[in-house]
Design a protein around this ligand. Sequence first.
Ligand SMILES: [Zn+2]
Length: 205
Amino acid sequence: MSPPGKACFYCERDRYRDIDHIRPIRFFPETCFSWQNFVYACTRCNQDAKRDQVWIINESGELLKYDRSTPLGTALPRGLHALIDIRHEDPLEFLALELETGLFVAIGQDAVTRLRGCFTRDLFGLNSDDLSKIRRQMRETFILYLTRYSDATRAGDPDAAERALDEIKELPHPTVLDEIRRQAPSDSRTAPLLDGLPAWPNPLR
Ligand SMILES: [Zn+2]
C-alpha cells in the first residue's frame, strides 16, 4: 500500500512515520484493526493536524467538532464526516489542483461537498506556500518524464519506455500526475504525451 517515495497519503510530503486511523479509535474503537481504516501519514498530518478529532456536518449543515475533551462514550450525531475518507472517496471529486498555481480549489457540486473539500484541504494545510511550490515543480518534472516516455514509445524503444514508466510511478506527489491526466483533454501541451500511457491502480483501493 506504500505510496511513491513512501510519502504521507494526506500531504504527499515527507516520509510517513505513522499509521493514521482515518476514523479515530477514541470514537470508533471497532475500527482499530480494520485495514480499510489505515493510511500511512506523516507526523505533521497525523499528530499535529488531525489527532483523534472528529468533525461532523450535522443535518442542519453545522460543523461540529469532537476531541479529547469529549467524554468517552458520547454518541456522535447523524451526519457526514467533514474529513474526506481517502480509503473510500476520491479526493479529486472534492478538489481540483490548479496546475499553474499548485493550489487546490473546491469543485463539489453542492455546498456540503465543497465544505468537505475546503475543510480537508485546510486541516492539512495543503495550500501552504511550500507545498504549492513543490507541486508546480513536480508538474514540470512529470512533463519531463512523460516526454521521455512519449519519445521512447514513438521511437519504437519499449525498454526505454518501460524504464521511463517505472520512474514516473516512483515520482512523489502523484496527485499532480492525476490532475495532468484529468486536464489533458484541454491542454495541448500534455495531451500528446499521455498517448498510450497506462493507468495504474490506486494503492488505497
Ligand atoms: Zn502529511
